[in-house]
Write a protein of this length. Sequence first.
Length: 133
Amino acid sequence: NQFKVEVEDTNGSSSKVSAALSNDTWVDPYFYGLSSSLTITDAIATAGKKDVTAKGNKTYSYGAQNNQAMFIAYPASHGNINSAVMDGATPIASILDKGSFTHTRPDGTTVEYTYYRTGLLTDANTHKIVFGH
């Protein structure tokens, strides 16, 4: 969207100045975190951590808790994840569960989100996952 600002002199002059500002692009955020539920909803995702960056490879650290799943959620328009590596060595993309939910933006509009999640963890270690688009 392009925004235009006009400033008008209110002291009797008929001069008016206007300028176009910038084109802004809305970026829907990535969400990631932990959940004891295996079904990730908008409420669960938005209660997690938010990363407002454009589409691309992502690296997230999870302070995992026993009996919780790690998840990543992002706009469905970004497509599928094609790789996921945990702790620098273990490929896990093929074992992640995929789902979707409708995310409500702050302005009330909605967008479809895709999520991927692990199963429930059996440890309380910190894990790092690198996700590739």
